[in-house]
Design a protein around this ligand. Structure first.
Ligand code: DX5
Ligand code: ZN
Length: 218
């Protein structure tokens, strides 16, 4: 993991003006697109056709976060849609390693996500199969929830296990990330920061991205 990355989540954007909302965050590293199926989480958002259009329109790469059941079957569609990284939930995959290898063959970076109550330790033996580990810091499904402080030790344990194995795996945090919480996430070992409401509710999204970047780098 070299460097730190800010990924605004468009879940909190104005969906009637998606193109302009993508332009507002063009100084970020990637746009985080939350895919929800009303089954794995109680909310419904974008499908692969919409992701493909976002890829075409976005000035920056697309980071797809799939909160969908039966990831084994559906995740490849999002790699084919042109997402630069595809993250699926461990809880939603029957054969996560087979799926990770299939996604890598489709030339996308691959992430594996954990709900807050899913322990990270069982994943550590196979973490080299992934480019990124997403540690959810809220229960997935909605933007604007408050950050779960209890995830900080989990991030710390994951980072030390990854370093001990001499692997280059990014740790992404998602949920309640703001000026108030980003420094603690970085200090615990996260290096990819998703922020939805913090950036889209800001008056000046570019200034908010810059402020988060600076706090994460300290
Ligand atoms: C929640 C989504 C997040 C969400 C974050 O299920 O995965 O990406 O948009 O929004 P905030 O930053 O407002 O918690
Ligand atoms: Zn997300």
């Amino acid at each position: 993991t070299d460097g730190q990355y800010i990924h605004p989540s468009i879940l909190n954007a104005d969906f009637m003006r998606i193109g302009e909302e993508l332009d507002r965050i063009s100084s970020a590293d990637s746009v985080h697109v939350d895919v929800m199926d009303n089954h794995f989480v109680p909310n419904l958002t974008f499908g692969a056709a919409m992701v493909e259009q976002i890829v075409e329109r976005s000035p920056i790469p697309v980071d797809a976060h799939l909160m969908i059941a039966d990831a084994d079957r559906h995740a490849p569609e999002f790699a084919e849609a042109g997402a630069s990284s595809v993250t699926f939930h461990l809880e939603a995959a029957a054969a996560p390693i087979r799926l990770a290898r299939e996604l890598r063959r489709k030339n996308t970076a691959v992430g594996v996500a954990l709900r807050p109550a899913t322990p990270v330790e069982p994943l550590m033996d196979v973490i080299g199969e992934f480019d990124m580990l997403l540690i959810m810091t809220v229960e997935p499904g909605f933007g604007g929830q408050s950050f779960l402080e209890t995830m900080l030790p989990k991030i710390r344990r994951a980072r030390s296990a990854i370093s001990e194995s001499n692997l280059q795996v990014s740790i992404q945090v998602d949920g309640g990330v703001s000026r108030e919480t980003i420094e603690r996430c970085a200090e615990a070992g996260a290096n990819v920061f998703v922020a939805g409401s913090a950036i889209y509710r800001a008056h000046d999204a570019a200034a908010e991205i810059a402020a988060l970047r600076e706090l994460a780098a300290q």
